[in-house]
Design a protein around this ligand. Structure first.
Ligand SMILES: Nc1ncnc2c1ncn2[C@@H]1O[C@H](COP(=O)(O)OP(=O)(O)OP(=O)(O)O)[C@@H](O)[C@H]1O
Ligand SMILES: [Mg+2]
Length: 1091
């Protein structure tokens, strides 16, 4: 740390900071009227009637004597109120563009004027006896190209303590802050902490009760940084009308961020801006072009300046970043390991890194700091790969507020969301947060458009997923492609459950960091009959006796609860929280029901009103219906949680559990990985997941949910074991974690074959020899001797390529003997469509045939035929139709729709016979029959937009119906990309674009703009819509406090996240339009006759 912090300290001296960071301001300040507007806009000044204002007016008037046009500027900050054209006109009615500088070429020469201004400012500061605590100022276009908040004098001097930072100081984030600032920050921490953590703070009573928002932080919250970003961009270049309309700046007028900028600076930038201002006669195009040019200069400058990583006091980042971690995450100090890890030599040299720590070790924070370094200091895009859609959305919401504050874009790649290739941004860098599948498609698109070099960093959370089936194969393919095609892209992987790190290190060419740190101790126990044993690896059998479970059961109770779950949970709830992992969904529901049948009545009294509210909320979500089991269990503070719930329900239950309204969840492994929920005790109902014995990795992930830092101060796990499983469990707790093996071979069509196809398609490797070279660098290549004893890697590759040629996806020749053949392979249009649509190779030919058949007679009277085409193939095997429902649905179809049934190959007689239980001789493809049944479900869903009624109609769980809908939306976007690549399918483009959108949201059209915001699900969208928030812009400009007041069951944290996500999305959309404008206006370099 010594090296960076020294440099940091130099840069951060108050004087030098302002100079250094002010220097680059000018290009962006002078570049466009919008930038000037931003420079000149400021906070609320003293009231208009104050004498201060009087002399300021005179000061300003004197400046106006120099012919400075202030009409477009509101000289805010120190000299307060809006100075509009109207006001100026009153003071000095006549000045024109021609006499801008009077006799001066530039105001820079006029030192006496600036000195005078300085004096006035000093005098004002002395006069001011109110103790205003100033939020800071935004300096535009500083070295890192972000908005850097500069502290007021007081904070600045205090900051120096941190900036002196040797190792210790650097990771102490706030120790030396003044009391006032501490208080203010504590207050904002309370605003932004997850509610579960709030509860924790309340419990341990470390904070005083008087937490309310300070006026400064309140004002700061009001300040819409987003609008500042917005107006910087040339596409927001105000037209004449705008420029002359002072009220346009109303949102900025509330902003305090400019308060400390010196008057001199204001005037300088105001005058610079005016000097370069466009005259009203200049055409918009010209304005735009000039704005583009000056922005380009800005970028160039920033690029040069950002060559030094050490641009700030917080691990090379501006100190604002550490404030944001404090404000948004409640993190005051980095753990020692986090600091050590960030200071690793290998990281400084941008080497790839794998790091592994126990669950709840705080791995995410390190990754996020590295991500911010890449975005802000190195000015490169970043891809973050997370395992589940829900976790991607959660992360998107969490990091959007950082993006808004620090000026980068956050883009969601999950489900059917995400653009391929992503839009190339001119200035702002992008953080793509993606699921494994979308991450792969994104990397493919970047390689194809030769933009992979823009990707500076890839972060993979839960790296052990590499060994998990088809998703593991896709992750391996993605990482192998990045490693092969872009040597400059850094890869960071993290996990709590890695074993064969050596193989992974070889694969990723990475360094390794590990530590046993867990901030909250986790005690592991197993329960056999009524004895509890501590897991103790030092003893021979792995357990030591700890205690007897203290309980008195009646014979009835003994029958209902032979495993004494009630005794185990009542030791903890309702005071603390408890998670019970169950092997199946049904088991979750049974355990929850059983518990509340036998719990004492007193449990009902705990937070009764909030529990009633939760039931009401679930009723709203379910359009009047609530699951009867939940209705029965919630009054006791208990619920089940598994994939049979809708996303809306899951979210409400999770939120109620994090805030302590619910104290127990009986759940499946859906809550096992990466989630931060409170759990003093985690109980594993049995050592099974469905029928499979628990794996060590799964066990570790599940118990790791207990005792999360910042939420609980202790944690323990109890695994309930039957006598018969005792030895297996001994092996389980004593064995090492499972190794991570390549899944490329096991998942042939989604693994090996898919990789070979895209290698040729993307021209990463086009000869047999190149393919061989590439494959040696995969995890499979490293583990091939272990994984394939019968065949060599070369033979596997040869077989794979031949298979692709046979399928008509590749063209070329594979020599029998010579593996080093130079013969070039090419991809066929079908092959290209397959990899571009991320279609499983097992289905690509079938999909092609079905789309082709559709061209001959697609029935478009309703959605049914199209829906059939986008019903995911891989869901058909688990579907078993109810034949009576099948027949009923068939009978309700119109004649044209019944024709669809016939066209796809399901005869009416087949359905009728099945429904009446008759034998069937005719051979009908069951995959087609099932697929059609699922498309009936989708068809009804699109018509009724009510998951509850549809799940009842088809006798399916609502969670399954929702999952079907999400998978169909995702597959529809895949089919769309597939057909875009094949000329003959042009007609599908328009049809599938609309259908994908419908499936993605499946709500009334008016709710779609609101549901585009990450985390706003249908029920919330309805509430918002009914409250008058009807568009994305409404949400982006909403005041979170008002939202909390107007929307039922919305916490402050949720409201803030909704607003941040909406701002981010709006800003991203605006940028995209801007890019389009620029692309349109670009003058081609090769216009005939102009070279
Ligand atoms: N330096 C810190 N100070 C206080 N709390 C921290 C710190 N670092 C992380 N935390 C908190 O610790 C909790 C767990 O962190 P995190 O989610 O990063 O764990 P993890 O290592 O990723 O665990 P898992 O492997 O289970 O996903 C989070 O609530 C996080 O905010
Ligand atoms: Mg984690």
């Amino acid at each position: 740390m010594a090296e960076p912090s020294l440099a940091v300290r130099r840069k951060s001296r108050p004087g030098s900071v302002s100079k250094r960071s002010r220097a680059p301001v000018q290009p962006s300040a002078v570049c466009s009227p919008v930038a000037r507007k931003r420079m000149s806009s400021g906070g609320e000044g003293p009231p208009a009637e104050t004498p201060v204002r009087g002399w300021r007016w005179r000061g300003a008037g004197r400046l106006l004597g120099l012919g400075i046009e202030v009409g477009r500027l509101r000289l805010g900050g120190w000299f307060g109120p809006r100075l509009s054209l109207r006001d100026v006109d009153r003071e000095r009615p006549c000045f024109s563009e021609e006499d801008m500088f009077g006799d001066h070429d530039s105001f820079y020469g006029n030192d006496s004027l600036l000195a005078e201004v300085d004096d006035i400012e000093k005098k004002y500061l002395q006069d001011k006896n109110t103790n205003i605590k100033v939020a800071g100022e935004i300096i535009i276009g500083n070295q890192s190209g972000i908005h850097q908040e500069k502290k007021d004098n007081f904070s600045n001097s205090e900051n120096m303590v941190v900036l002196k930072a040797d190792k210790e100081d650097a990771f102490q984030m706030n120790e030396n802050d003044p009391v006032d600032s501490n208080q203010e920050l504590t207050e904002s921490i309370l605003d932004d902490l997850p509610s579960s953590q709030l509860l924790y703070f309340e419990k341990i009573g470390e904070l005083s009760s008087g937490s309310r928002i300070s006026p400064v932080s309140e004002r700061r919250n009001k300040c819409v940084n987003f609008s500042l970003d917005k107006i910087r961009s040339p596409s927001f270049c105000p037209d004449t009308e705008h420029r002359n309309r002072p009220t346009d700046f109303s949102s900025e007028s509330k902003c305090d961020l400019f308060k400390t900028e010196s008057l001199k600076d204001h005037l300088k930038s105001a005058m610079t801006g005016n000097a370069k201002a466009q005259t009203l006669q200049v055409s918009k195009t010209k304005q735009l072009k000039e704005a583009v040019l000056s922005e380009e200069i800005c970028v160039a400058r920033k690029t040069i300046e950002s060559s030094s990583v050490d641009i700030g006091p917080f691990y090379g980042l501006p100190s604002k970043v550490k404030d944001l971690f404090r404000q948004f995450r409640g993190i005051e100090t980095l753990y020692e390991w986090q600091h050590d890890c960030l200071m690793l030599e290998s990281l400084q040299q941008r080497k790839n890194l794998i790091y592994s720590l126990p669950t709840s070790g705080g791995k995410t924070l390190v990754a996020e700091i590295i991500i911010l370094q890449e975005l802000l200091c190195r000015q490169k895009d970043v891809l973050m790969i997370l395992p589940y859609v829900a976790i991607v959305q959660e992360k998107f919401r969490g990091l959007s507020s950082f993006g808004i504050e620090l000026g980068f874009l956050v883009e969601e790649y999950a489900g059917s969301k995400g653009r391929f290739p992503p839009i190339k941004r001119r200035i702002k860098k992008s953080l793509y947060i993606a699921t494994i599948e979308k991450g792969h498609a994104l990397v493919n698109s970047l390689i194809e458009t030769e933009r992979i070099y823009d990707l500076g960093l890839v972060v993979v959370d839960e790296l052990h997923m590499l060994g998990e089936g088809s998703r593991g194969a896709t992750l391996e393919i993605t990482l192998a492609k990045i490693l092969y095609t872009s040597k400059n892209t850094q890869i960071i992987g993290m996990s709590a459950t890695l074993n064969n790190v050596g193989d992974l290190q070889k694969f990723l060419q990475a360094e390794y960091y590990t530590n046993n740190f867990r901030p909250v101790e986790l005690k592991e126990y197993v329960k056999i009959r009524d004895s509890i044993y501590a897991v103790d690896s030092k003893t021979e059998n792995g357990f030591t006796f700890s205690r007897l479970l203290n309980f008195k059961y009646s014979s009835n109770l003994e029958k209902a609860d032979p495993d004494h779950i009630i005794a185990l949970v009542t030791e903890v709830i309702p005071k603390y929280s408890c998670l019970i992992f169950c092997p199946t969904k049904k088991n979750c529901e049974n355990v929850a029901s059983m518990l509340c049948k036998y719990l004492k009545k007193e449990f009902r009294a705990h937070r009764e009103k909030e529990k009633q509210d939760l039931i009401k909320n679930l009723e709203n979500i379910g359009n009047g219906s609530v699951c009867p089991i939940l209705k029965q269990t919630i009054p006791f503070g208990i619920a089940y949680h598994h994939s049979g719930l809708t996303n809306d329900e899951r979210k409400s239950i999770e939120e109620a559990y994090s805030t302590g309204v619910l104290c127990l969840l009986a759940c499946t492994a859906t809550l096992a990985a990466g989630v931060n929920l409170p759990a003093r005790r985690v109980i594993l109902r049995a050592p099974y997941v469905a029928n499979d014995f628990l794996k060590k990795n799964q066990y570790k992930q599940m118990i790791g949910r207990a005792g999360r830092a910042g939420i609980d101060s202790a944690g323990e796990s109890i695994l309930i074991v039957q006598e018969k499983d005792k030895h297996l469990v001994q092996d389980l707790v004593n064995s090492p974690l499972e190794n991570c093996y390549s899944s490329l071979l096991l998942e042939l069509t989604k693994g090996m074959q898919s990789l070979l196809l895209s290698l040729v398609g993307l021209k990463i490797a086009v000869t047999h020899e190149e393919v061989n070279n590439f494959m040696c660098s995969t995890l499979l290549g490293i583990q091939q001797q272990l994984l394939s004893k019968e065949k060599s890697l070369a033979e596997i590759i040869k077989d794979g390529l031949e298979n692709l040629i046979e399928k008509g996806l590749l063209k070329g020749r594979i020599c029998e003997k010579d593996h080093n053949s130079k013969c070039t392979l090419t991809i066929t249009p079908l092959g290209k469509a397959t990899y571009k649509g991320s279609i499983d190779l097992a289905y690509c030919n079938l999909l092609y045939r079905e789309l082709k058949k559709g061209l001959e007679g697609l029935i478009l009277e309703s959605n049914l035929h199209l829906l059939y085409l986008v019903t995911p193939y891989d869901m058909t095997s688990n579907c078993s139709p109810d034949w009576m429902i099948y027949l009923k649905q068939f009978n309700q179809l119109s004649a044209a729709e019944q024709k669809v049934v016939d066209i796809v190959g399901v005869p009416e007689s087949f359905i009728t016979k099945k429904a009446s239980g008759q034998a069937i001789r005719k051979n009908v493809d069951s995959a087609v029959v099932n697929r059609l049944y699922l498309s009936f479900v989708l068809y009804t869903l699109l018509k009724e937009t009510n998951i509850w009624s549809v799940s009842e109609k088809f006798n399916m769980s609502r969670g399954y119906v929702q999952n079907l809908l999400n998978s169909a939306a995702s597959f529809a976007s895949c089919v769309l990309h597939f057909s875009e690549e094949l000329e003959e399918f042009w007609v599908y483009k328009a049809l599938l674009t609309e259908l994908t959108k419908k499936l993605t949201y499946c709500v009334k059209t008016e709710l779609i703009p609101l549901m585009e915001v990450a985390g706003v699900l249908e029920a919330r969208a309805k509430q918002l819509y009914n409250a008058g928030y009807k568009t994305l812009a409404h949400l982006a400009n909403a005041n979170p406090e008002t939202l909390v007041k107007m929307i039922e069951h919305l916490s402050r944290r949720q409201a803030k996240q909704i607003v941040s996500s909406a701002k981010m999305l709006l800003s991203e959309k605006a940028e995209a339009l801007q890019e389009e404008v620029e692309e349109l206006l670009k003058v081609p370099a090769d216009i005939p006759g102009t070279c």
